[in-house]
Design a protein around this ligand. Structure first.
Ligand code: ADP
Ligand code: ADP
Length: 232
């Protein structure tokens, strides 16, 4: 589902250059939950931005959901973006719009008819457990509910891959667990491939099948969670 070969990302300015991602090789299979853990500055955000085409690699090849995203643009890149969705630490909701309107937003962009949209939004609200909160504004929701809106919006166009950027880092431990349970449920029910970046070991242990440990732009370890983090 996702392949990275010899991927490098260098940020170049007049004064200096920073190698944020350094020669990463990675293969993630369909239906996997793959975690990337590392301290701040390790290169996790750069890597996840490369996966959805927000950044272009300085070197190497990236293929996601059958798209060689390092060489496409225009319509093919827009199509690829529908198959690669993302959720964020601070939710990135539209604050002047209701839960229903936030979830409908990507469907409007995809020019789905109003009838289809309303039907799909209902399904998504049910899937993430937000029944009864359809007409609330984000400011009226708890952190966990806001992330449920973020997840519903991310799933609106039936993506193949969900990228999670520190998606539970702004939440308390109990809410974190309920969001992680929802992600596992979605992974199992929809067969969705999930890639998450985090600095929290708990998140990796709770839901990931495999993990890579990132330091200074490199993967210093990679494998099954039980093998990488086995108790001494
Ligand atoms: P993490 O998500 O693990 O904290 P980042 O990918 O944000 O790591 O950062 C990795 C390195 O790349 C850091 O040294 C950071 O300062 C640098 N960096 C990230 N984004 C940019 C950018 N747009 N321009 C220049 N340097 C950047
Ligand atoms: P729109 O008018 O398009 O519905 P807004 O003007 O409410 O959207 O928000 C524009 C952007 O600013 C959104 O992406 C939202 O995430 C961000 N934003 C707006 N209000 C807040 C807020 N109180 N806290 C954090 N982000 C906000």
């Amino acid at each position: 589902m996702i392949t990275l070969s010899n991927v490098k990302k260098v940020y170049q300015s007049k004064k200096n250059s920073v190698t944020a991602v350094n020669n990463i090789n990675l293969e993630i299979k369909e239906g996997e939950i793959f975690g990337i853990i590392g301290y701040s500055g390790a290169g996790k955000s750069s890597l996840i931005r490369l996966l959805n085409g927000l950044e272009t690699p300085t070197e190497g090849k990236i293929s996601v959901a059958g798209h060689d995203i390092t060489s496409i643009n225009g319509k093919e890149l827009r199509d690829a973006r529908k198959e690669i969705s993302m959720i964020f630490q601070h939710f990135n909701l539209l604050w002047s719009r209701t839960v229903r309107e936030n979830i409908a937003f990507p469907l409007e962009i995809s020019k789905i008819s109003k009838i289809e949209r309303d039907k799909r939004v209902l399904e998504l609200i049910k899937l993430v457990g937000l029944e009864g909160r359809e007409d609330a504004y984000p400011s009226q929701l708890s952190g966990g509910q806001k992330q449920r809106v973020g997840i519903a919006r991310a799933l609106a166009n039936n993506p193949k891959v969900l990228l999670c950027d520190e998606a539970t880092s702004a939440l308390d431990p109990q809410t974190t667990d309920s969001i992680l349970d929802l992600l596992v449920d979605i992974n199992e029910r929809l067969g969705l491939t999930i890639v998450l970046i985090t600095h929290e070991m708990h998140v990796i242990r709770k839901i990931c099948h495999r993990v890579a440990v990132m330091e200074e732009g490199r993967f210093v370890e990679q494998g099954r969670v039980l093998d990488v983090f086995k108790k001494p």
